[in-house]
Design a protein around this ligand. Structure first.
Ligand code: C2O
Ligand code: CU
Ligand code: CU
Length: 453
């Protein structure tokens, strides 16, 4: 079938420029655009045929983050293709309706390539789902790719200081869908925002400037069982959430976020250990919203129950333990090395840095496992390829999966447990990744890989 969103089913990765600040060109990368790629729409049950052309001067991949695909279609580091080459997978779309994304995933280059723009959103539609949620794309169903960037004299800049290598790179300017100081006009009714934290390392705590309540209706892997009323929403790198907001009062409002210092973990942050700031230092403006025009969906239409597809994964047949290490050889030494100029691949998981030639373990197809994840020194967003999972404990506390839904990234800030079952195979030639989605950590080795079969 055709993929909505792209002409000729082709995505062309290329170098470009964009004037984020008027009159100042920044070097960028994009998929068929000067920055980021188009929103792709896939339909459950139909194969999506896509050609990805590499017109850049470096190897790239196209990873379909969150989709349930076999390893050889997943777009991980082993599937990198070089300048002038085309990768044309046919993707069987077998996933509940969800907000997913795609990005390049070349080992050691993911942070730089995503920062420059090699990423985009995927909306996966399920024709069998019929709920009265806002779904008019661009009118009351609005994708928001939120990214922080650093600009020097108006030029988008990615230069890593030692702290950035350790804590991950944070910029002070916010882009939404590639635009600085974004504004949107929405109808005076229910509006759905599909939020993707596409930042390299920044975590957001979203809210509205007037403190209004809204409903979260979906997380990474699809709809929640019921709309969840909240006033704030935490989203770490790689995570998505769909929210529904009532604008029938017609008041203009801003979507904002706490400006969370890099490396915050529980009470004692790395910033604190390093003598830096140790708390939210202010508020970031994310999006200005104005209201005009009639509701497409009225507030009373919000259903009390949603057709969530949380599978019962049953009892786990085995347990695996993971510790995300800022340094695989002792943390104080690493901090000093990092601070005083030694860089390189020093991060890891369970004491080992990522090695493309090493398979870390094998998972039997279709068996539920419990994974226990712990973090070193700072909070890390832990991501798994090839399946969605259920979070059962976070920060040592029991979590109700009804509130969090199907996930593929979990913010690890203290002992965390997930239940996961892989139903797609992955071979040693194209294994699945598990990694920290702080892209500077991933590139420096906080990643491993496994086979399924
Ligand atoms: Cu969003 Cu392994 O990636
Ligand atoms: Cu992924
Ligand atoms: Cu990390």
């Amino acid at each position: 079938m055709d993929v909505d969103g792209i002409a000729g089913n082709t995505l062309t990765a290329h170098a470009a420029t964009r004037a984020f600040y008027a009159g100042v060109a920044s070097p960028t990368l994009g998929f068929s655009q000067d920055y980021l790629g188009p929103t792709l729409r896939f339909v459950r049950g139909r194969a999506a045929r896509i050609s990805v052309e590499n017109s850049t001067d470096m190897p790239i991949t196209a990873h379909w983050h969150g989709m349930h695909l076999p390893g050889d279609l997943d777009g991980g580091p082993q599937l990198a293709f070089g300048p002038g080459e085309t990768w044309a997978p046919e993707l069987p779309v077998d996933h509940p309706a969800a907000t997913l994304w795609y990005h390049s995933h070349v080992h050691g280059q993911t942070a730089n390539q995503v920062y420059r723009g090699l990423a985009g959103m995927i909306l996966l539609d399920d024709p069998a789902i019929d709920v009265p949620l806002p779904q008019t794309y661009g009118e009351d169903d609005i994708p928001l790719i939120v990214q922080d960037r650093l600009f020097r004299r108006g030029v988008m800049t990615y230069d890593l200081g030692h702290m950035d290598q350790m804590a991950g790179f944070q910029g002070s300017d916010i882009l939404v869908n590639g635009t600085l100081h974004p504004k949107v006009t929405v109808p005076a009714g229910l509006v759905r925002f599909r939020l993707l934290n596409g930042s390299n390392a920044r975590t957001y705590e979203f809210s509205f400037s007037d403190g209004r309540r809204f409903h979260q209706i979906a997380s990474d892997g699809g709809l929640l069982p019921t709309p969840h009323a909240v006033t704030g929403l935490h989203l770490s790198p790689g995570e998505r959430a769909e929210i529904v907001v009532d604008f029938s009062d017609s008041r203009a409002v801003r979507l904002v976020s706490a400006d969370i210092a890099a490396g915050m973990m529980g009470g004692g942050s790395m910033g604190g250990m390093m003598g830096g700031g140790s708390g939210p230092s202010g508020t970031l403006d994310i999006l200005s919203i104005e209201v005009s025009g009639q509701a497409l969906v009225t507030p009373d239409a919000l259903p009390a129950r949603l057709p969530a597809q949380l599978r019962d994964l049953g009892a786990p047949v085995r347990t695996r333990d993971f510790t995300l290490n800022i340094h695989s050889r002792g943390m104080m030494g690493s901090m000093m090395n990092n601070l005083f100029g030694r860089s390189g691949q020093s991060m890891g998981i369970n004491g080992a840095s990522y090695d493309m030639g090493r398979i870390d373990f094998h998972v039997p197809l279709g068996e539920t496992e419990r994974w226990r994840i712990n973090a070193d020194m700072m909070a890390h967003p832990f991501h798994v390829h090839g399946a969605s999972f259920l979070v059962t404990h976070a920060g040592g506390q029991a979590v109700d999966p009804q509130l969090t839904g199907l996930k593929d990234v979990v913010h690890v800030d203290g002992p965390t447990e997930i239940l996961v079952r892989f139903d797609k195979p992955a071979t040693a030639e194209a294994p699945f990744m598990y990694h920290c989605h702080i892209l500077e950590h991933e590139d420096r080795g906080m990643m491993g890989q496994f086979t399924v079969g």
